[in-house]
Design a protein. Structure first.
Length: 306
């Protein structure tokens, strides 16, 4: 067990695997009608609840998300949580993707300034560019790791071949990619290499843009054009079964889905987003859920049709 020094709460070890994605914290360029105050409140609620990972990026508000997080974390013991951030979009070149070592070093220093912290726990190259040798980009980050400015090196949205190139010298610590129960290609394409090379995995979009929350009905197929009608109807039917499991636990469908990720040994942390503090509280309630092995396997099997 861990102790939350802020509120004296005991935190289950599962809490280490629950983080928060903050693209809706200051991400005015990504979402309409965001309020900065909600962003401040979301980060505070997360830290007060014992969430152990805050995941952000330069692209979330072009630094605004990092600014908000930096202002909030000043009031909390830094050792109580990890911060992950990402960069690749070059603000001096129309946000063109850039993995140049000089650019990455500047990005780390700029992020440290906005976050008002001495170190970043995980720094991801947010997207690969089409010109920089990936092992050279990672080598530059490794020098910053040696200097104590970052503690782990991550890659986001890299193909398997790009991951292999980046990890030529075994310096990659984390990979973050699009993964959820209805988009599982990463399991087949990337996970075997990550496991073999002791690289941790963090999924983004774990709730599939809201589809896995159970809030949609059979009439909402047009909102998910990447799925054909048969696939969408199958998912809606599966979620009805997830709702049965949720009722047994006095939980929501969202919480059961998050609990599945937390129980999955291949996933280092799950980082659902939140626009308002109540959504953070609902996500944290997931930590009260202990799926049985049979329930975990039932969910796993149900979504294996894609």
């Amino acid at each position: 067990m861990l102790i939350d020094q802020n509120k004296g709460k005991m935190i289950n070890n599962q809490a280490i695997k629950l983080g928060i994605g903050t693209n809706k914290v200051g991400g005015h360029n990504l979402f309409d009608n965001l309020k900065d105050q909600d962003g401040f409140d979301v980060v505070k609620e997360a830290l007060d609840s014992g969430i152990a990972m805050i995941d952000t990026a330069y692209m979330y508000g072009l630094g605004r998300s990092e600014d908000i997080i930096g202002q909030v974390i000043k009031n909390y013991p830094r050792e109580n949580f990890k911060i992950a951030t990402k960069a690749a979009q070059d603000p001096d070149n129309n946000l063109t993707i850039n993995n140049d070592p000089i650019f990455l070093e500047k990005s780390v220093n700029d992020a440290l300034s906005r976050l008002q912290t001495d170190y970043i726990d995980i720094f991801y190259i947010h997207f690969p560019d089409d010109k920089t040798p990936k092992d050279k980009a990672v080598a530059a980050l490794n020098e910053l790791k040696k200097a104590g400015k970052i503690r782990a090196i991550g890659l986001s949205n890299f193909s398997l071949e790009q991951i292999k190139e980046a990890n030529k010298n075994n310096q990659v610590d984390y990979v973050e990619d699009h993964y959820n129960l209805i988009q599982r290609h990463v399991e087949r394409e990337i996970w075997p290499y990550l496991k073999e090379n002791d690289i941790k995995f963090v999924p983004y979009f774990p709730l599939a843009s809201g589809l896995l929350t159970g809030k949609y009905t059979i009439d909402d197929a047009d909102k998910f054009k990447h799925l054909n009608r048969e696939q969408f109807e199958k998912i809606i039917q599966i979620l009805k079964g997830i709702d049965v499991i949720a009722n047994k636990h006095g939980a929501t469908v969202t919480q059961i889905i998050l609990a599945w990720y937390i129980k999955n040994s291949e996933i280092s942390a799950v980082i659902p987003g939140a626009r308002v503090p109540s959504q953070v509280a609902n996500n944290v309630a997931t930590l009260k859920i202990d799926l049985s092995t049979d329930e975990y396997q039932e969910i796993d099997n149900a979504f294996n049709f894609l």
